[in-house]
Write a protein that binds this ligand. Structure first.
Ligand SMILES: [Zn+2]
Length: 149
């Protein structure tokens, strides 16, 4: 998949794409795609997911678990999403680096919590694909990057 922004060319090798065309406008994820990638031999090995779902999964976790946990020791990935800063605004296709261990810690927390019924399946799929790409990045000694469209 090629993306061109301001005449700059970005090629992504898509390992998996979890987005579906929006039933209203027909555009995948209604244009809110998240690209997570690591580099393998100069190639961006990429997981594409629906950014709205990822935001919902995190919000659902935070809304329902915060009575039992304290906010400040939460992983950065969860806090930045909640505060709409950092990665949650990462729209540069050159990539924003994501701390892999921090993301894995976030996934572990989310998985300790049972989400509302309608989000169960999506949460399971998203957390499992995200941890898979974290582990691939580690295996290839690559950093993990993100861009949100
Ligand atoms: Zn739409």
């Amino acid at each position: 998949m090629d993306i061109i922004i301001n005449r700059e060319h970005f090629s992504f090798f898509i390992l998996k794409n979890l987005t579906a065309p929006c039933p209203q406008c027909g555009i995948p994820a209604c244009g809110r795609e998240d690209f997570f990638w690591y580099n393998e031999a100069e190639k961006r090995m990429t997981l594409v997911l629906d950014g709205s779902y990822l935001d919902l999964i995190i919000q659902n976790y935070l809304n329902n678990s915060l009575e039992k946990t304290t906010y400040t020791p939460l992983p950065k990935f969860l806090r930045e999403s909640n505060e709409c800063i950092g990665w949650s605004e990462a729209d540069d296709f050159r990539g924003t680096e994501i701390d892999i261990d921090d993301l894995l810690a976030s996934i572990e927390l989310i998985n300790q919590f049972v989400p509302e019924n309608w989000l169960k399946e999506i949460t399971a799929e998203y957390t499992s694909e995200l941890s898979a790409i974290c582990n691939h990045a580690k295996r290839f000694n690559s950093k993990l990057f993100l861009a949100r469209s």
